[in-house]
Ligand binder design. Structure first.
Ligand SMILES: [Zn+2]
Length: 293
């Protein structure tokens, strides 16, 4: 089946692999993916909101009479994980250890009520909503999942975006679901528990897989050029923060004086670059070596 047969938001990536993607601007909404296997469906994430999650459920029904068997979360945030209840049980949800704890700790009923108040359509879509954390949390660097003819390698991305993040690599199809450590055409939030050296290491690891197609957490399907773009941004930022540190500037002065003209016009850049500057400052203080130019 072609992607457009599933609706305007779907793109076919390879045989039996579809992505619901890039529904609006300025900030690209969360992607969710459908992977068909001879032993049932695997989802990677479950949609930006309840309307999108129901659209995914409808698309699965058009594609196959088989149920969703597994859901892999690339992160813990609501725009990736709040559609679980439409599929699980019987679907089994998987993410790295710590995912369920973060989902429960950050859950806020008011967010759901606010969404219900957005529109009658959203309220109807949220009917029956429950928070469902992953039933399986793996530890260590990697977990292999086999379903029918497909092999899926779940790769631990550490705390590079939320407190539990997983990339999904299909070595036979050469498709990589890369999570939110890198993004293209916009600047992502960096949180206090995330460090830039880890982000760069994860991008290097994923880049080395040399995928045919890279599906980001947000935005259209891409290639390794996403890692080049985002690693380039972080390297440039590290170099400029290092230079200001060498001049004896304080963190507050650095946040005020740092200029990133190549990146400042991207979505969310003005809001998010100062937070990334703080992470760069922490990394350099912690001994991460940067060549300042
Ligand atoms: Zn997120």
């Amino acid at each position: 089946m072609r992607g457009q047969d599933l609706g305007p938001h779907f793109t076919k990536i390879k045989d039996g692999i579809y992505v619901q993607t890039a529904k609006s601007t300025p900030t690209a909404l969360a992607n969710a993916s459908i992977i068909l296997t001879s032993e049932g469906v695997v989802l990677v994430d479950t949609g930006q909101n309840a309307i999108d999650s129901r659209e995914i459920a409808e698309a699965v029904k058009k594609l196959t009479p088989q149920p969703v068997r597994f859901i892999i979360d690339t992160e813990t945030h609501p725009d990736h994980s709040y559609g679980h209840w439409l599929f699980s049980p019987p679907a089994v949800i998987i993410n790295h250890e710590g995912a369920g704890a973060e989902m429960k700790q950050s859950f806020n009923q008011k967010q759901i009520t606010d969404q219900e108040n957005q529109s009658p359509e959203m309220k109807a879509a949220l009917q029956g909503f429950r928070l469902i954390p992953p039933q399986i949390e793996y530890s260590g660097d990697k977990m292999t999942l086999r379903s029918g003819e497909r092999t899926l390698e779940l790769l631990n991305l550490g705390t590079t975006h939320s407190l539990a993040n997983t990339a999904v690599w299909l070595p036979n199809e050469r498709v990589l679901f890369a999570g939110a450590v890198a993004i293209e055409g916009q600047i992502n939030t960096i949180r206090p528990f995330t460090n830039i050296p880890d982000m760069l290491a994860m991008m290097k690891m994923m880049r080395a897989l040399n995928a045919d197609v890279v599906i980001p957490a947000h935005g259209p399907p891409t290639t390794n050029k996403m890692f080049d773009f985002y690693a380039g941004y972080l390297q440039t930022l590290l170099q400029r923060v290092k230079k200001l540190m060498d001049e004896g500037k304080t963190l507050d002065q650095i946040k005020a004086e740092l200029r990133m003209p190549e990146y400042e016009n991207l979505n969310m850049a003005k809001e998010r670059i100062p937070g990334t500057a703080e992470a760069a400052y922490r990394a350099i203080k912690g001994g991460y070596s940067v060549d300042s130019k």
